[in-house]
Design a protein around this ligand. Sequence first.
Ligand code: CMP
Length: 138
Amino acid sequence: MSTQMTLAIVKPDCFAEGHAGEVVHAYESEGLRLIGAMVVSLNAEHAAAFYAEHAGKPFFGSLLEYMTSGPVLVLALEGDDAISKVRRINGATDPEEAEAGTLRDRFGKSITNNAVHASANGDDAKRELAFFFPELAR
Ligand code: CMP
């Protein structure tokens, strides 16, 4: 096991519905430490830059519309195998395929409105942490 940092986002509807505390609790109860947190309202330019790898995909427009529809809670987390751990806690991208009890099973509504985001791998974690928490980038 190795200590890693990763980034997670409580997406607009999940945040607006008051589930931020439950999301943080799900991560902390699996041994992850919160090392950064901020509430941000993304504009289209920020959202497009953050999700640049998805530019041109059919769902890109709806993804930007969703992610700019209200404030989000951005989290930096640290712990053993943090990247895969957070992805496991979140569940499959499509809430219909997410394992019972995962955050997307509990709070996700559709593949676009899927409640939470997490970095997919080490390179993404580095880039995404630098995007929101430049002071944590190493
Ligand atoms: P996220 O983990 O934030 O990464 C990219 C996002 O694009 C994803 O969650 C979904 O919110 C959204 N998305 C919408 N449609 C798709 C799709 N068909 N495949 C992957 N991601 C999708």
